[in-house]
Design a protein around this ligand. Structure first.
Ligand code: HEC
Ligand code: HEC
Ligand code: HEC
Ligand code: HEC
Ligand code: HEC
Ligand code: HEC
Length: 424
């Protein structure tokens, strides 16, 4: 009788332990980013939302409307080729979206496209993921649930193990088998080893997670000293990004414009007349008076809008102050990132890394800026191999491209995932 109970308990504690390991593994795989998501974010998110029409249509379940699977691949690889060939479905979609051509993605394989479509089809509306919330809340509460379940299971496993050894002792007593000397829990080698290993796993996991997330702040959206809207400037009024961020093509830094750049236009424009068409509202829902915000610019510039002149002190100096914009994107000091390399040489669009800025009143950090994010894109993105920079190097790749054995040369192929390229 006691033997069977004993057996039962042994089995039980074993399966509890197995469950616990399974949860550990599941927890790990739950945090690993699926490929489809990364591909979608780096290639499609600038123009597509899974759920809402943006520049292009909402993509959730779009594959169910394709004339054929092949057609879908062709579309994503090069939609304009289909349109020019007169494919009637393609032409209809193109016309419906005001003839905005979609970027061609000749480098995406069928598996890549399947992964993207799977990701958008399974996409669920994460209401909590509003810009401004600094950490995705659901992910956090999820992982703490796992932690509690795990801790609970450990307690149960230890309890069962103790119970089973007590039972064994009494069973042995009954049948007259001499007991091993009872080793206290704290000195049992197996227990000590288990505790040390688990301790390592958990402490390691928490520390690396904490270190990785520290200073990384996707969706970060600080309040700026002047409510300056990118939507009003770069969107509605179509001002080129590089008018203000002139460094993006020429140097490492894109640079934030000085007050003088603002005043090129705002000596004339002293009020915001667009409130009827595009009212300005903060993420908290407060209405903003654009004209008052322009006055803040004047205060910083030292400009008198009634006299239409700069205010001068006794010595005749203009006292222009800097506007203390809060920096949103911050890479750690040990990382080297260069805008002109990406914008000029690599022809990467601002939107791929910064999101649809022309739709943002207040800018927020769109990309995670994690190492995985940089490296993923380098693995997937082709360099502009025939733009002259690579004429006299990588002979092998040139030959392979010519013979058709290779369709693209990725950043990875030219060494873009080597540690020292990104780390000082
Ligand atoms: C530069 C903006 C842009 C990017 C980037 C972009 N698309 Fe599009 N996409 C569009 C537009 C605009 C349309 C509507 C058709 C048109 O005007 O050509 C469209 C249409 C589509 C359609 C056809 C919809 C239908 O009705 O069948 C699919 C599928 C699609 N996109 C998938 C993707 C995928 C997958 C990616 C990323 C690999 C992507 N798009 C990236 C702009 C874009
Ligand atoms: C009229 C000037 C102007 C234009 C045009 C403009 N910006 Fe900006 N941009 C600013 C100012 C000022 C800031 C700092 C305040 C802020 O973050 O909103 C800024 C901030 C940014 C930031 C955040 C920088 C940080 O702190 O990390 C990004 C990214 C950005 N701009 C991208 C763009 C892109 C992309 C475009 C074109 C679609 C664009 N900007 C057009 C003036 C401009
Ligand atoms: C390949 C990705 C990528 C592309 C493309 C890109 N940026 Fe950036 N941008 C970044 C990263 C990463 C940072 C943070 C840099 C840092 O902290 O040193 C950044 C920072 C900025 C900043 C903050 C000031 C600065 O120079 O650090 C501005 C403004 C900005 N980008 C504007 C732009 C504009 C405008 C474009 C398009 C012309 C653009 N970016 C294209 C990745 C990109
Ligand atoms: C190339 C011209 C141009 C430049 C440069 C420019 N603006 Fe503007 N700004 C405009 C226009 C156009 C409007 C919209 C006026 C309207 O709709 O009546 C505007 C509106 C505004 C508004 C009211 C709407 C809002 O966004 O809150 C503010 C504040 C403002 N600008 C601040 C700035 C600042 C700060 C800079 C420099 C970083 C700057 N502007 C640079 C053209 C410019
Ligand atoms: C949207 C895609 C994309 C993202 C995201 C991206 N890169 Fe790149 N990167 C490129 C492309 C394309 C090139 C190739 C430019 C060229 O032809 O030299 C490149 C080139 C580079 C190079 C030069 C590599 C070499 O071998 O010469 C460095 C360094 C680099 N990137 C750093 C970064 C860092 C750091 C980040 C993240 C903060 C990042 N990149 C994010 C697309 C990207
Ligand atoms: C394409 C650019 C790129 C390449 C290549 C790259 N890294 Fe990184 N690395 C980054 C960025 C960006 C960060 C900052 C991540 C963050 O703040 O979360 C980083 C962070 C790190 C960190 C600090 C970890 C942390 O959480 O702060 C270490 C360590 C590191 N990288 C090691 C390496 C090693 C080793 C290699 C070569 C196998 C490598 N990196 C290659 C871009 C790169």
């Amino acid at each position: 009788m006691t033997e069977t109970i004993l057996q039962l308990f042994r089995n039980c504690s074993r399966s509890v332990f197995a469950l616990f390991i399974a949860i550990l593994l599941f927890n790990q795989s739950a945090t690993a980013a699926p490929d489809g998501k990364a591909l979608f974010t780096s290639n499609c998110a600038a123009c597509h939302n899974p759920l809402k029409d943006a520049t292009g249509p909402a993509l959730k379940d779009i594959d169910k409307t394709f004339p054929s699977k092949e057609w879908g691949y062709k579309w994503v690889n090069n939609s304009q080729a289909l349109v020019t060939a007169g494919d009637k479905d393609a032409v209809a979609i193109f016309n419906k979206f005001n003839k905005i051509p979609m970027t061609a993605f000749p480098s995406l394989s069928h598996e890549d496209i399947d992964a993207i479509l799977k990701y958008v089809d399974e996409f669920k509306d994460p209401n909590a993921k509003k810009p401004g919330t600094e950490t995705p809340v659901e992910a956090k509460s999820n992982s703490s649930i796992y932690t509690w379940i795990t801790l609970g299971l450990i307690v149960i496993a230890i309890g069962m193990w103790r119970l089973s050894s007590t039972l064994r002792k009494s069973a042995n007593d009954k049948s007259g088998i001499p007991n091993y000397k009872d080793i206290p829990l704290g000195r049992n080698k197996v227990v000590i080893a288990m505790v040390v290993i688990l301790g390592f796993i958990f402490v390691g996991y928490w520390i690396t997670n904490g270190a990785i997330n520290e200073g990384r702040q996707q969706n970060y959206q600080p309040v700026q000293p002047i409510f300056y809207s990118h939507k009003v400037h770069a969107g509605i009024n179509q001002i080129n990004c590089q008018y203000c961020h002139a460094g993006a093509e020429k140097s490492k830094q894109a640079m934030i414009p000085s007050v003088n750049v603002c005043m090129n236009c705002h000596k004339q424009i002293n009020e915001y007349s667009g409130a009827a068409d595009h009212p300005l509202v903060t993420t908290e829902g407060k209405t903003v008076n654009g004209t008052e915000e322009i006055k803040k610019l004047y205060a910083a510039a030292g400009w008198d809008p009634t006299a239409k002149a700069y205010i001068k002190d006794e010595k005749g100096n203009i006292k222009t102050q800097k506007v203390e914009w809060v920096k949103i994107h911050n890479l750690p000091d040990h990382v080297y990132f260069n805008h002109s390399q990406h914008v000029k040489v690599g022809k990467v669009q601002c939107q791929q890394c910064h999101g649809e800025i022309t739709e943002m009143d207040e800018v927020y950090q769109f990309a995670p800026l994690s190492m995985g994010w940089c490296v993923n894109c380098h693995r997937q993105t082709g360099v502009q191999f025939d733009n002259g920079y690579y004429n006299n190097v990588y002979k092998k790749y040139h030959e392979e491209m010519k013979s058709g054995a290779r369709t693209k040369v990725t950043v990875d192929d030219i060494g873009g995932t080597e540690c020292q390229k990104c780390h000082y």
